[in-house]
Design a binder for this molecule. Structure first.
Ligand SMILES: Nc1ncnc2c1ncn2[C@@H]1O[C@H](COP(=O)(O)OP(=O)(O)OP(=O)(O)O)[C@@H](O)[C@H]1O
Ligand code: SF4
Ligand SMILES: [Mg+2]
Length: 358
């Protein structure tokens, strides 16, 4: 297992929330897209954020990229709160934390060649670069994303496949020497046969350049393959987190268990499809009280209508589910006697909290 220290942390979200007020005449209320989210992106590591459609994943990426301003909470870069919203400060921040979007077709302007796109990106970082030095910089970027420079540098986007375009988008992001890549479903629009190639490229950047990567996906199988840590999001909240192997092989939260069960083939990324848990996701304007999963959870009791805390069930593993409260010291403090605690039975993941083996 990777040993983490706080010095590794590049970008951090602390108690981050985003509520989108409803628009329109007489509209009241807000979409609770993200609530009280905490996570830390570490250098040389990939953190996967997994969840079904509408769970708030892209909103998290956009908050971290400062494309949205949070309703509450803090984003910290290298321990310093980030307040940049626009102008010079925003551009300086964007260079350090680069976003990669889902659609490589929309990300590149069709009238510009790869040379133009990368030259602009390189010059933002180093405005005086020209001649052979500029050529070398463009070649180095294309080589880094495994595209042969002389074959691709003068191509237009329409001459490239989806995978090649996404590689150019990644090369453009790398031109600024970012510390963080925020990749929002970077492979979901690509042909299944080339998805693994793009994930391997990102892995290579993680390992060779030490970049911290947020990898957003619907597909928990790819999180196991690619990410060091996996966070599972449901209806705007993190419900489980930990090292990817444990979260995907021994999921603790009933929602993660549903996600894992409905992933068709964890060993074969090419065959995995978009999947979700059974039942309907909740209304995010009036999300269910307490555990937001309770209307869909087979183990729910009355207690689940109050919000479960994130409980540490093993080193580096957290889960927000009342079903683990009896095994974690202090987790039932304040809960009146006689209230039924959910019994996950054989579905419960092992708890390894020191002093209370189970
Ligand atoms: N700009 C916005 N204005 C209003 N509501 C928004 C906005 N962006 C997102 N939302 C709402 O916030 C919630 C979370 O959306 P988000 O796009 O973050 O989910 P997601 O997990 O990325 O979904 P998907 O997997 O479909 O991309 C949804 O209910 C969505 O409708
Ligand atoms: S048992 Fe309760 S707290 Fe746990 S996931 Fe189900 S509804 Fe939520
Ligand atoms: Mg999204």
């Amino acid at each position: 297992m990777t040993r983490n220290t706080h010095d590794d942390v590049v970008l951090e979200a602390q108690n981050l929330s985003k509520h989108f007020p409803l628009r329109g005449i007489g509209a009241k209320g807000a979409v609770h897209a993200v609530d009280d989210l905490n996570l830390a992106l570490r250098s040389g590591q990939v953190l996967a954020l997994v969840g079904e459609s509408g769970s708030g994943k892209s909103t998290v990426a956009r908050l971290l990229a400062r494309l949205y301003t949070q309703t509450s909470g803090t984003v910290l870069l290298r321990g310093e709160p980030v307040t940049a919203k626009r102008g010079k400060a925003f551009r300086a921040y964007s260079r350090r934390a680069q976003m990669i979007f889902q659609d490589p077709f929309a990300s590149l302007n069709p009238v510009h060649t790869v040379r133009y796109v990368l030259t602009r990106a390189v010059r933002i970082h180093d405005p005086r670069l020209k001649g052979p030095e500029l050529e070398d910089a463009l070649s180095a970027l294309l080589t880094r994303v495994q595209l042969t420079p002389e074959r691709f540098v003068d191509k237009f986007p329409h001459e490239l496949s989806g995978g090649q375009r996404q590689r150019v988008v990644i090369a453009r992001a790398l031109a600024a020497h970012p510390e963080v890549l925020l990749a929002d479903e970077p492979i979901s629009m690509l042909d299944v046969s080339i998805r693994v190639g793009i994930l391997n490229l990102l892995k290579d950047l993680r390992d060779r350049l030490g970049i911290a990567i947020l990898y957003i996906t619907h597909d928990i199988a790819s999180a196991r393959y690619f990410a060091d840590t996996t966070y599972v999001m449901y209806a705007g909240r993190i419900v489980e987190s930990g090292d990817s192997e444990s979260v995907t092989q021994m999921p603790a939260h009933p929602y993660t268990q549903l996600l894992v069960r409905s992933a068709p083939d964890p060993e074969n990324l090419a065959r995995t499809a978009r999947t979700g848990a059974n039942g309907e996701p909740p209304n995010m304007v009036t999300p269910p009280a307490g555990c937001r999963f309770h209307p869909r959870c087979p183990f729910a009791t009355e207690l689940c209508k109050t919000t479960p805390k994130l409980l540490t069930i093993a080193p580096g593993r957290e889960v927000a589910c009342w079903g683990y409260a009896a095994a974690v010291p202090g987790a039932l403090d304040g809960v009146p006697e006689g209230v039924a605690v959910p019994d996950l039975g054989s579905a419960a993941a092992p708890v390894e909290v020191s002093g209370v083996p189970r």
